[in-house]
Design a protein around this ligand. Structure first.
Ligand code: GLU
Length: 464
């Protein structure tokens, strides 16, 4: 792509549902292109389908973009497509006056009856009937009978479409409302868009829209149709089947920086195999031409791993701040002084921020939230004996992790047990689970009184 500063790209979501990862990836690709060339990104909310869109979804899009780092400073707008209704109507009228569009009163059944195939496009029946406007009449664009429409796509070369195979598509419905094809093309033209970067599902619209641009006197944009995103079964991501809403990932504890990094890798990769790239490096290195055309696999495991890496890179105070919303929603009161001590231990062990809650709950609940499987696994013979001996060993121990470890090791040695075995009942008695933060540091933070109390309570439960 040329780095001329005149490029204008746009992100044009329809607010018809939760903002999903595919939309977010398109937004990021566009943002990176604008940022690397000193160009402009336009945000246009395509809100013309009144029956399907709602302000709530629009707010969701704007909120999600802001979370990813895109706010008023990164884009021009938001513009609302519904505000451009006059321009759309004027374009439809111009095409009609020029004879590039004509009225049609065919019902779908009539077309099928004539062509004998319900999947076939419109057969041009009304092309030369000279119908004027009227109830039940849609306006169709007259596609050329001959020649080809060559779309310049930065990822796909020059997809070429036979004009004869492009049906005379509807630009304004019988009720006067304009279709996506026209509104989208008119807005792109009037907003001076130079590069249209969007999902592959729109590739078949490109020749039709290019014909509209040309008919309306514009020079077609450069296109880039980015690949579909698929799940592990190679099925196109769908909101009914897969987790696609950005908000859901955020709620689970993915960091915005990690999400942004991962989304950029859906179809694109830097020249070497680096996976963690700060945003400014992404902007400098991203090349739309290098985006793949094969389906991009949304690999949740990889996303998780990248998120864990990003969590570990945070300064601990930032990690604590990121954990706050999760702690606030937890079913216990958090003593921040205690949490600040636990945070560095937890930071290296969570892949998702939400995992913080079960990892630290033992420190804030009046008694551990026992996990049944952990209990069964750890609380078998000689658990009661180990707990009794540990209580004795800990009663007058200097209260620090190292000493607590040494003393428990000694308890195990007397019984011919390794530390891991000796540790298990203590860990479950105190934290409720077999896995978690480093045990002795946890005990140090929890304090002698509560540690002894919990070991005794577990022992009582075992021997009752
Ligand atoms: N509103 C359309 C969509 O969300 C925009 C397509 C485009 O980017 O041209 O699918």
């Amino acid at each position: 792509m040329s780095t001329s500063s005149s490029i204008r790209v746009r992100f044009a979501p329809s607010p018809t549902g939760m903002f999903h990862v595919g939309g977010a990836r398109s937004a990021l690709f566009n943002w990176a292109m604008a940022a690397q060339s000193g160009g402009t990104l336009v945000l246009r909310i395509e809100d013309t389908d009144a029956s399907r869109n709602s302000p709530e979804w629009t707010e969701g899009i704007i909120r999600a973009l802001a979370w990813l780092g895109m706010d008023g400073g990164q884009y021009e707008g938001p513009y609302f497509q519904s505000a451009n209704a006059d321009k759309h109507a004027a374009a439809a009228a111009t095409l009609r006056e020029q004879g590039r569009a004509y009225y049609c009163d065919c019902a779908r059944e009539d077309v099928t009856a004539r062509t004998g195939d319900q999947h076939r496009g419109y057969d041009g029946h009304c092309r030369d009937r000279g119908l004027g406007p009227g109830p039940g009449r849609a306006l169709r664009f007259r596609t050329p009978d001959e020649g080809q429409t060559v779309v310049v796509d930065l990822l796909r070369g020059k997809p070429t479409f036979e004009n004869a195979a492009l049906e005379d598509f509807v630009i304004a419905r019988a009720d006067g409302s304009v279709t996506f094809l026209l509104a989208n093309a008119v807005d792109d033209m009037s907003q001076g868009i130079t590069h249209v970067v969007r999902g592959e599902e729109h590739l078949s619209n490109a020749p039709k829209q290019q014909l509209l641009w040309e008919a309306l006197g514009g020079a077609a944009p450069v296109w880039a149709h980015v690949p579909v995103i698929v799940n592990e079964k190679r099925q196109k991501l769908s909101k009914r089947r897969d987790k696609v809403a950005l908000e859901d990932y955020r709620a689970e504890g993915y960091l915005a920086e990690a999400m942004r990094n991962y989304l950029m890798l859906l179809g694109w990769a830097p020249s070497d195999d680096r996976e963690i790239l700060p945003w400014d490096v992404m902007v400098a290195e991203f090349r739309i031409e290098d985006v793949n055309t094969s389906p991009a696999f949304f690999d949740v495991k990889k996303l998780r791993a990248i998120n864990g890496d990003y969590i570990r890179m945070l300064p601990v105070e930032k990690f604590v701040a990121e954990c706050l919303p999760f702690l606030e929603a937890a079913p216990f009161e958090v003593d921040m002084a205690v949490f600040n001590e636990l945070a560095p231990l937890a930071q290296t062990r969570v892949a998702l921020l939400s995992e913080i809650v079960p990892m630290v709950d033992f420190a804030f609940l009046p008694e551990p939230d026992f996990d049944e499987q952990s209990w069964t696994k750890a609380m078998k013979e000689p658990a009661a004996d180990i707990l009794a001996a540990a209580e004795d060993a800990y009663r007058d121990a200097p209260w620090n992790a190292e000493e607590l470890k040494n003393r428990l090791e000694a308890v195990g040695a007397e019984r011919g047990l390794k530390l891991g075995k000796t540790q298990a009942p203590v860990r479950v008695a105190v934290t409720g689970r077999t896995v978690g933060l480093p045990l002795f540091e946890s005990l140090e933070i929890l304090g002698r009184e509560r540690t002894l109390e919990r070991m005794a309570a577990a022992r009582a439960k075992l021997t009752s």
